[in-house]
Design a binder for this molecule. Structure first.
Ligand code: G
Ligand code: G
Ligand code: MN
Ligand code: NA
Length: 255
């Protein structure tokens, strides 16, 4: 029960932090955008992985509050960077499935953007493929409203849902994020992952969607992706997720 109590106090104790994972143009190493990722710095345990506390927070109905904290923190950070004179890069934020079901997401974000004078085009929301596959009318409606506001939608973990692709016709999304699982084996001649990636790229082109390859760790993977004309790269090859102070030093410099 202490985990729940500690998690409840974490926001007011200022123990969360947002890290930024650069999304890089693989051709020239310039940073195009970044994914916001929450980190929890617990006073006794140190850094707790979101992979551990997010499922717990979701079960204990704490995730919407934490998720809203992330949205607020990112928009405030964009305003700080704007004031400092940096060229802004779009930031993508992971949104939990339950947040799409709770009313008021669109109003909440719209108000924050207005208060901090940030254009909606600097935000992208990531929704996992498995959330979309729940096929809830409420989620589809909220996605449409978010896009109407000018925020783009990325489908996260794309390809892991064992789905028919029909849902792509009903969902208006902008970006497909190829799951790390496929990138890991992309250079392995004995596996079919490269063929899957090729078909995802083909599909995305036909649907006029952007693709980001996630989990790129090796030069050989990058080279193969570039050969396939996939230029948007997110992975440890360029950088791990970094704190905002590190990210702002990278913004104009790239890799
Ligand atoms: O950054 P890391 O690889 O440790 O993240 C682990 C998982 O936690 C990933 O699936 C990632 O999408 C998720 N995650 C990180 N930050 C957030 C967040 O702010 N909101 C939600 N819903 N998930 C997040
Ligand atoms: O579930 P989601 O796709 O949101 O998870 C994003 C997480 O994947 C981030 O926390 C990020 O750290 C992790 N990730 C992204 N690229 C790489 C990579 O190249 N290697 C590893 N091990 N993790 C990565
Ligand atoms: Mn993600
Ligand atoms: Na992903």
């Amino acid at each position: 029960y202490t985990l729940e109590q500690d998690l409840r106090k974490a926001i007011s104790n200022d123990e969360f932090e947002v890290y930024y994972h650069p999304q890089v143009n693989g051709l020239n190493g310039l940073i195009e955008s970044a994914e916001a990722l929450i980190r929890w710095n617990h006073k006794e345990w140190g850094l707790v992985s979101p992979a551990e506390f997010i499922p717990f927070a979701e079960e204990n109905h704490l995730m919407n509050e934490i998720g809203d904290w992330v949205i607020r923190n990112v928009i405030k950070q964009l305003a700080i960077w704007k004031d400092k004179g940096y060229i802004l890069r779009p930031i993508s934020i992971n949104i939990s499935p339950t947040r799409f079901l709770k009313p008021g997401l669109v109003t909440f974000v719209k108000k924050l953007l207005e208060t901090h004078k940030i254009s909606a085009h600097y935000l992208e929301f990531e929704i996992t493929e498995s959330t979309i596959l729940k096929n809830e009318p409420k989620i589809i409606k909220t996605l449409d409203e978010i896009r109407e506001l000018g925020i783009t939608i990325a489908i996260d973990d794309f390809g892991t849902g064992y789905a028919t692709l029909q849902y792509l016709l009903n969902i208006s999304a902008d970006t497909l994020k190829i799951d790390r699982m496929f990138i890991q084996n992309i250079t392995n001649q004995n596996k079919n992952d490269a063929a899957i990636v090729t078909s995802i790229l083909y599909l995305a082109k036909a649907l006029n969607m952007k693709v980001i390859a996630e989990g790129v760790e090796e030069v050989e993977q990058l080279q193969l992706l570039i050969q396939k004309e996939c230029f948007n790269i997110q992975g440890y090859l360029f950088s791990k997720p970094v704190p905002n102070a590190t990210f702002e030093k990278l913004i104009n410099k790239g890799f």
